[in-house]
Design a protein around this ligand. Sequence first.
Ligand SMILES: Cc1cc2nc3c(=O)[nH]c(=O)nc-3n(C[C@H](O)[C@H](O)[C@H](O)COP(=O)(O)OP(=O)(O)OC[C@H]3O[C@@H](n4cnc5c(N)ncnc54)[C@H](O)[C@@H]3O)c2cc1C
Length: 484
Amino acid sequence: MLSHMSMAYYNTREIQGKQAHDPIFIEKMKSKSSSSSSCSSSSSSSSPSPPSSPSSSSSSSSSSSSSSSSPSSPSPRLVVCVPGPVIVGAGPSGLATAACLQLKGVPSVILERSNCIASLWQLKTYDRLRLHLPKQFCELPFMPFPNDFPTYPTKQQFIQYLEDYATKFDIRPRFNEGVASAEFDSKLGFWRVRTTGAKGGDETEYVCRWLIAATGENAEAVVPKLEGMAEFGGPIRHTSLYKSGEEFRGKKVLVVGCGNSGMEVCLDLCNHNARPSLVVRDTVHVLPREMLGKSTFGLSMLLLKWLPIRLVDRLLLVVSRLLLGNTSRLGLDRPKLGPLELKNLSGKTPVLDVGTLAKIKSGDIEVRPAIKRLKCHAIEFINGRTENFEAIVLATGYRSNVPIWLKEGDMFSKEDGLPRKPFPNGWKGECGLYAVGFTKRGILGATMDAKRIAEDIERCWKAEAKHCTPFKGSLFPLSSSSSP
Ligand SMILES: Cc1cc2nc3c(=O)[nH]c(=O)nc-3n(C[C@H](O)[C@H](O)[C@H](O)COP(=O)(O)OP(=O)(O)OC[C@H]3O[C@@H](n4cnc5c(N)ncnc54)[C@H](O)[C@@H]3O)c2cc1C
């Protein structure tokens, strides 16, 4: 696609790409730039820009991009051309992809809306959280967990591992850059990615050949609309804002949602002498976290190598029954499909029990049906019973935010913000668009995506470099993913 572009353009692209990694350059540009859109190279580099290049398009952006001409999206203050891919999101998926690309000699830029890497883990998870799966299933590519980490690392250990990973691969995301929109400009043949700074100002446009969505399946909290919500007298808190049961000590708390988070929050509340009840609206598979001396997840992976999924499911359910008893008696009915088949078909993750079931058996946690409505200090359930509660914790999950910022209709579903193509084919779209970490298979799935994406982009990157042999030397000094 780029083969027709002029030599000068390649020089410009490289300079701009280098500058895109340089915060000082960006700051300089911001202070220099006027309210009208200006391309970085036109002010800082003497390289001429051909009419078809992003730099010329930025100064006449209204003619080359529908987004730029829209009154709702005024021209950005700064335009930065990135030679490699732009990755949106600095969670485990974005970091893994940047590292894989870096090892292949492809520089990338990560744009992250918050002020740190792995913001889900650092800012939106509860204190007692540990990895749900054993550490060997949560490794990012090319860096195992330290040997002295436990099988299920704590949240702090996992964050430390990710920080070390970013350091090892010299990954330096551009923080406080929330992507507000990303659109493929077919006239230009590039993606135009617009970000806004922390306070909603400082708009920047990144122009790139490849765009990698790594904003995660858990980008936005799902808060259900419950009748009478405004009337309820106590706090209503989503798990993304729940840190520990300490603030609920002695209180009667209703936890809505019986996934891994809801179950664990109930346990945490018990441990802080609160009195939790758990709303269970749906069927759920609860499995012991370990069985037959192995992690349930690891054992399942092993068995699936030899046995059909339904047989593995049956084995898991028999052992679960022996270890946990009949969960239906506790108000936790099992779905008709087995846990692995259900996960494969719907993405619904089985709950790995870390002690909550024992608390339900002992009566420390009570199970309640769906909510009908909230009242001032009470909750009415669909079975007609009304009970007093002092607080509500919503363990109602998260959703992808891709449809909000990605102006594209083919690759991602508008309904759930996930790739339309089922696993393992959802990672690649059209026009240099990729998705990492949307497989409903946790970090293991993200790692698979990251490796595939890096291989795919590397092929294209090398092919383009071959085509432009005279500039090989000047195109490739960018070895690190975001080094200045
Ligand atoms: C409580 C909990 C426990 C979990 N435990 C495990 C486990 O044990 N093992 C496992 O494999 N998985 C686990 N998961 C799943 C987990 O979410 C993922 O494995 C992992 O965090 C996914 O990484 P990610 O990078 O895809 O998404 P995220 O970690 O969500 O990172 C996405 C990043 O994108 C940023 N972002 C979002 N929108 C924008 C935007 N518009 N512009 C710029 N940046 C943006 C976010 O700020 C965030 O930093 C758990 C999830 C939760 C909620």
